[in-house]
Each structure stands twice: as structure tokens, then as C-alpha cells.
Design a protein around this ligand. Structure first.
Ligand code: DGL
Length: 274
């Protein structure tokens, strides 16, 4: 089997915040990013729809030669990953892998919280799936998880409206809601890969003792460890230090917006998926 790039997928731009950290941590590999911007956001869509769209996107990345795909999207990880791993991958080449972002985050989150009370901010889809409480319990049964769905945040971010006064109202509303659920929360996870763009605004609204976590670094360190432990898969990941970006919508708009998430300019290509 020929080696290929590592695929990184998100409904839109959010996964770029994760890819940025992965490329920093593991610059030797090749990467293909795919944003399904034409159908974003996924956060309020049904399980069936998120599964269908995610599977199509994963297949498109396999068609581009990827052997490993990271779902850099909590909503897709919550609603589609298990089905893809259990139902679809066994029918494909046994060496192909798809990984999500919820498990690696859950594995580590307990090491940040002393009070054992953790808050999770995420899309409605991720919250309704209950994936975080379920996964965190496997590693840290003593931790209480308090979730808050923030359905309007992704549209505000995707439309580049998150720095406006109108956005502040919705940011504060969900932070207040979460903090009302417990006085003992000392760690809050940004459980959506779009939310790192709101990091500074959220931080200003939080008491100083609360740690605010983004997933990029957690996921990149966990991927490094995973590749170290899975040498057969690692040898199928090509190493020329190249990156490519695909969007299912306008490349012009993608290139304008993506810089805010990726931290530098990039040039995307259009990909039709179905
Ligand atoms: N960035 C995605 C996540 O981490 C979700 C965005 C969406 O609603 O499409 O959940």
C-alpha cells in the first residue's frame, strides 16, 4: 500500500485550529484538510445527516490517498465516528483508520481539574449525544461534567461576526448559563473546534481560577503518541511536509476566512463530494 497524507476533516473552518497545532507538533507529515463549508454548520443537524455527510467526506479523503483521517470536529466525532469505525471501515481496507477528538480530550481532561467539576461548551449535537459525559466517565468516574450547548456560536464565527457587540450578548449568555450549573467548575473545555476563536472573549468573562482549554494541543500530542504506538499505520503516512486544503464551497471565501483559524494565508481547491 502506498503511503499518503493525513486527512483532517471539519464541517467548516474550525478544524483548522486543530490542524495548525498538529502541523506544529508533527511537521514532517503531509496533510489534506477538508472543510465541508457548503453544508456547515453540522451542529444542529440530525445524527443521520451528520453521519452521511461525514462518511462522504471521509471517503473523499480516502480517495485522495489518505490512510488516516482525523475528524477535527466534535459534532462529527460525537455523531458519526462510532458508526464509521464499526460499520464502514470493516468493509474497507483493514489498514485505514478514522480517529476523533472527543476521546483524546476526555483522556486528558481529568489532569486539569482539581475540583473534579468540569464544564463543556459545545454544539447542540455534541451536547445531546452526551459523548463527553460518557467518555470522561470511562477515564475519570469521579468527575462531574456540566454541559452547555451554544447553537449560535458557530454561525457567528463562520460568518466572521464574532467580534461584534451582538456576539458578546450570546457569548455571555452561555457562559452565565454554564456557571449557574455549578459553583465548583474549575476547568472549562471548548468542545467545538470553532470556539478557540472566542477564547479571549470567554476568558474575560470567567473568574481567574477557571482554566479554559482548547483542543488543538491536546489532540496533536495524542496523535503523536498514537502514531508512535501504531508503527504500521505511521509508515503509511507520507512525509514531505506538505499541506493541501479543500473546501466544498467557494475557494475565494475559504481563503479569506481560513486565515483567522489557521493563523496564516492558504490557498484552497474546490472538491465536490456526494
Ligand atoms: N467545529 C465543529 C465541532 O467541533 C462543529 C461546527 C458545526 O456546527 O458544524 O463541533
Amino acid at each position: 500500500m502506498e503511503s499518503g497524507p493525513i486527512g483532517i476533516f471539519d464541517s467548516g473552518y474550525g478544524g483548522l485550529t486543530v490542524m495548525k497545532e498538529i502541523v506544529n507538533e508533527l511537521p514532517q507529515y503531509d496533510y489534506i484538510y477538508l472543510g465541508d463549508n457548503a453544508r456547515a454548520p453540522y451542529g444542529n443537524r440530525s445524527f443521520e445527516t451528520v453521519y452521511e455527510y461525514t462518511l462522504q467526506s471521509v471517503n473523499a479523503l480516502f480517495d485522495k490517498g489518505c490512510k488516516l483521517v482525523i475528524l477535527a470536529c466534535n459534532t462529527a466525532s460525537a455523531k458519526a465516528l462510532r458508526n464509521i469505525q464499526q460499520r464502514d471501515l470493516p468493509k474497507m481496507d483493514a489498514r485505514l483508520r478514522v480517529l476523533g477528538v472527543i476521546r483524546p480530550t476526555s483522556e486528558l481532561i481529568g489532569s486539569f481539574s482539581k475540583s473534579k467539576n468540569v464544564g463543556v461548551l459545545a454544539t447542540s449535537g455534541t451536547v445531546i449525544s452526551n459523548s463527553y459525559p460518557i467518555e470522561i466517565e470511562k477515564f475519570y468516574p469521579e468527575i462531574n461534567v456540566f454541559q452547555e450547548a451554544c447553537p449560535i456560536w458557530v454561525p457567528l464565527i463562520e460568518n466572521n461576526e464574532f467580534n461584534n457587540i451582538g456576539a458578546d450578548y450570546f457569548i455571555k449568555k452561555h457562559i452565565d448559563n454554564l456557571l449557574e450549573k455549578s459553583n465548583d467548575i474549575d476547568t472549562i473545555l471548548l468542545g467545538c473546534t470553532h470556539y478557540p476563536l472566542l477564547h479571549d472573549k470567554i476568558k474575560q468573562l470567567l473568574p481567574q481560577n477557571i482554566e479554559l482549554l482548547s483542543q488543538g494541543k491536546i489532540v496533536s500530542k495524542s496523535l503523536k503518541d498514537y502514531l508512535f504506538r501504531h508503527s504500521a499505520l505511521e509508515s503509511l503516512c507520507s512525509k514531505n511536509g506538505k499541506t493541501a486544503f479543500y473546501t466544498t464551497d467557494s475557494t475565494e471565501i475559504f481563503d479569506q476566512q481560513a486565515e483567522i483559524f489557521y493563523g496564516k494565508k492558504l490557498k484552497s481547491e474546490y472538491l465536490h463530494i456526494m
